[in-house]
Design a protein around this ligand. Structure first.
Ligand SMILES: [Zn+2]
Length: 162
């Protein structure tokens, strides 16, 4: 699996990478990273504006979804029923409205509670993931809140471990 342009959200990235290794098969993921400043490639600037507007629309979609789906359930059921449903769940997690019971099940939390002001930008996390020097698996586990599992992990396969 090759990404020429990294997705803007880390939840989206995980969804895409997950498609590479269905049914427990091994897969390789390669992401090519470009500079958001547009110094190297003038298209990058436009792309980052596109991502910002996409992030906003995802935000709305996620909030609508939170009102429609059961308070807890299976991620795959949601992604079958709603386009970009799994990504929206990832977004809800990033703003603290959803917890993962395990990688396949979610539970909504604090729906209807007053909106937190600035949602911690998932886009920011994607950036720090791409520029991280530690094991990629470790970073991903940490991003999704699996801190115990991530502790001291070195997968031995990713670019940073090698
Ligand atoms: Zn690694």
């Amino acid at each position: 699996m090759v990404h020429f342009h990294a997705p803007c959200l880390i939840s989206e990235y995980v969804q895409e990478v997950g498609r590479g290794g269905r049914d427990g098969q091994r897969a390789d993921a390669l992401t090519l990273v470009s500079e958001p400043t547009g110094w190297l490639d003038s298209d990058d600037k436009q792309r980052s504006q596109f991502f910002e507007s996409k992030t906003r629309s995802l935000q709305q979609k996620a909030q609508q979804l939170a009102r429609k789906i059961p308070p807890q359930g299976e991620v795959s059921a949601i992604s079958r029923q709603y386009q970009e449903g799994a990504i929206a769940l990832g977004y809800l997690h990033s703003i603290g409205k959803l917890v993962w019971q395990d990688p396949f099940h979610y539970r909504l939390v604090g729906v209807g509670a007053p909106q937190k002001n600035a949602p911690p930008a998932d886009a920011q996390r994607m950036h720090s993931y791409l520029h991280s020097r530690q094991c990629r698996w470790k970073s991903l586990l940490e991003q999704f809140g699996f801190r115990t599992e991530a502790q001291g992990l070195e997968c031995g396969h990713c670019d940073n471990c090698r």
